[in-house]
Design a protein around this ligand. Structure first.
Ligand SMILES: C[S@@+](CC[C@H](N)C(=O)[O-])C[C@H]1O[C@@H](n2cnc3c(N)ncnc32)[C@H](O)[C@@H]1O
Length: 299
């Protein structure tokens, strides 16, 4: 009798394991609720956000985004039973109007509405999805549980305790965060008016993801460029002339122009615009994404 009960218990465990591991390219593993909360906080999800969870499991990511932050969005999963469960969970949470779930392949999903994309997928799946992620609207935030996106360095990354994590021995989770960068590579030109003369500035930007390598010349002579930063669509940098005068620039690309402001130290900001006179392709577009050296998968 005892043996039969033990056998039944063993079979139940085995079927639970199959349910949790055999559906989809990435097995189903839940993100612990405290990690879901941390991911959405990291992406600063707000009421006007549209959150898309790729591989949405029981729906907890989009449901929490809707319930706690007032956002809307959807999740997709290959596993229909999980999609049904997620839609039931959304109804139970009272957010079914704002959190929807579809049985759909993430690679065939239109992400154009997203302002935030969340991931808990295997590292190689993240790499496969990378061209789709990099093609998101500049400024879109991406937050991933545990795994990176190939050689795309995150804007921030940290570890937190995850005592309820169903996998791994450490009971720790990683949260990785990126902001999709605009394409700003190329040669840019503008006129810099000083009290004594007007100068032509030429700036060459090379780009690898959000990282910039910037060189500039004033009337053909090199000038110092520092603090070049691209956050989504927002470019900023500082020029220091040989006279020591400093100019801080900040702007956004509109087609082949930058529109923004130029601030000389101690003075009010003035409008600034520059034109792109030569296009360049960002390095990350030219080369295929590198595979992660060590996948470290613990699903
Ligand atoms: C690790 S689970 C994450 C679940 C949920 N996002 C969470 O964080 O709790 C990954 C999910 O992705 C789904 N999945 C795997 N490959 C997929 C694909 N190509 N398209 C859609 N969903 C996929 C799996 O079915 C699984 O439910």
């Amino acid at each position: 009798m005892h043996v039969r009960i033990l056998l039944i218990i063993a079979m139940l465990f085995a079927s639970a394991r199959i349910w949790s591991q055999d559906f989809g390219d990435t097995p189903y593993v839940q993100t612990p609720q405290n990690v879901v909360d941390a991911m959405l906080e990291t992406a600063r999800v707000k009421r006007d956000d549209y959150v898309i969870d790729l591989g949405s499991g029981d729906g907890r990511m989009v449901i929490t985004a809707a319930k706690k932050h007032g956002a809307q969005g959807f999740g997709v999963d290959l596993d229909r039973r999980l999609v049904n469960l997620a839609n039931i969970n959304a109804r139970k949470a009272g957010v079914a109007e704002r959190a929807k779930f579809y049985a759909q392949d993430l690679f065939e999903t239109d992400l154009s509405r997203a302002s935030v994309v969340t991931l808990y997928l295997l590292p190689e799946v993240n790499i496969m999805a990378s061209s789709k992620l990099l093609a998101l609207r500049p400024g879109t935030r991406i937050v991933s549980h545990d795994y990176g996106i190939g050689d795309w360095t995150p804007d921030s990354e940290y570890e937190i305790d995850a005592p309820n994590k169903p996998v791994g021995r450490s009971k720790m989770s990683k949260v990785l965060y990126w902001i999709v960068p605009d394409h700003v590579a190329g040669r840019w030109m503008w006129l810099l008016a000083r009290s004594t003369a007007t100068h032509q500035v030429t700036m060459l930007i090379q780009q690898n993801y959000q990282k910039l390598d910037v060189k500039a010349e004033l009337d053909g002579n090199p000038v110092q460029v520092e603090q070049a930063q691209l956050i989504g669509k927002q470019l900023s940098f500082k020029l220091t002339l040989s006279t020591g005068e400093q100019f801080v620039y900040s702007g956004e690309r509109v087609n082949n122009a930058f529109e923004g402001s130029q601030t000389q130290s101690g003075q009010d900001a003035k409008p600034w615009s520059a034109v792109r006179v030569e296009m360049a392709v960002p390095m990350h577009v030219l080369k295929p994404m590198e595979s992660p050296r060590e996948l470290g998968v613990n699903f």
